[in-house]
Design a binder for this molecule. Structure first.
Ligand code: ZN
Length: 286
């Protein structure tokens, strides 16, 4: 794992482990000053403001997959001022990625995606702390990575990974914002697995052996992954800062890009769900 941080974060840091540089000489007032003008368009929102911005600076997200969905989501979270991103991918940048994976440039072809993404995100926001996880996230590595972040954004392209991420989020009680895009259709699903009453991904897809066709074979229209990835970033931002409003249960949003129609579905928790029926007991309330 590689860690990058160009300077101290705005807001509180958990420990010196995250940043070896000395802390700022003064505390909250200078932090607050540091928020302007960069985040001024968010700070002027009456239902966002400084408290949410500082909370975002203290927050971290695990990005599973740095393809088209992860590109849009990571760029928006970095730009918005999230404190830390953990970037997980096992692949290198290929020329066929450039049609939709907007983190990368021609000069990145052949580079590891984690490395190229880290460079791009730090260029956008040097206050960001980035960790690179180059390889397949499985087993204990996956679960510990989930446990070290406040939220998980899944933009992977295979069902085995999605099922494993869902299980890890359930085990560590982390919210899961799942995105998918193929051909002309995109899907966004949000599961707040901090809650005992939340459904999980397996409640939606109980057959864990289901195969997920990826865009290498099926194709995908470029801006669609930007739409869904941006929605993932927005939902994550709301969950991390507590600005999501009233909890409305697990939700699935389907976007038919050719017709331009969005359709929303409520996902019910299944009593017989093979994954979450035996979920671990929560240790506290939200
Ligand atoms: Zn379930």
């Amino acid at each position: 794992m590689k860690r990058h941080s160009q300077h101290n974060q705005t807001g509180d840091q958990a420990s010196g482990e995250r940043d070896n540089k000395p802390p700022p000489s003064s505390s909250t007032p200078s932090h607050t000053t540091d928020l302007y003008p960069r985040y001024s368009r968010q700070l002027t929102l009456p239902d966002f403001g400084e408290a949410a911005q500082l909370q975002l600076a203290r927050s971290s997200a695990l990005m599973v997959g740095l393809g088209g969905l992860g590109s849009a989501a990571a760029l928006y979270l970095a730009a918005a001022g999230i404190g830390r991103l953990v970037l997980a991918d096992f692949d290198s940048v290929d020329v066929t990625n450039l049609q939709r994976q907007i983190l990368y440039r021609m000069t990145d072809v052949g580079r590891r995606k984690t490395q190229a993404a880290s460079t791009a995100l730090l260029a956008l926001n040097p206050a960001l702390e980035v960790e690179e996880l180059d390889g397949r996230l499985v087993g204990s590595t996956l679960e510990s990575s989930v446990g070290q972040c406040d939220i998980v954004l899944d933009g992977s392209d295979n069902f085995a990974t999605r099922a494993a991420v869902n299980q890890a989020c359930l085990a560590r009680r982390r919210p899961l914002v799942s995105g998918a895009a193929l051909r002309w259709e995109g899907r966004l699903a949000v599961f707040d697995l901090r809650r005992d009453d939340s459904p999980c991904l397996a409640c939606l897809h109980p057959d864990t052996h289901e195969s997920l066709e990826n865009c290498e074979r099926g194709g995908v229209i470029g801006p669609l992954v930007g739409v869904i990835g941006s929605l993932q970033a927005l939902e994550a931002l709301k969950l991390l800062t507590g600005t999501a409003g009233t909890y409305r249960g697990g939700r699935l949003l389907r976007y038919a890009a050719r017709s331009g129609h969005f359709t929303e579905f409520t996902i019910e928790r299944r009593a017989d769900c093979p994954v979450c029926r035996n979920r671990p007991e929560t240790t506290g309330s939200l």
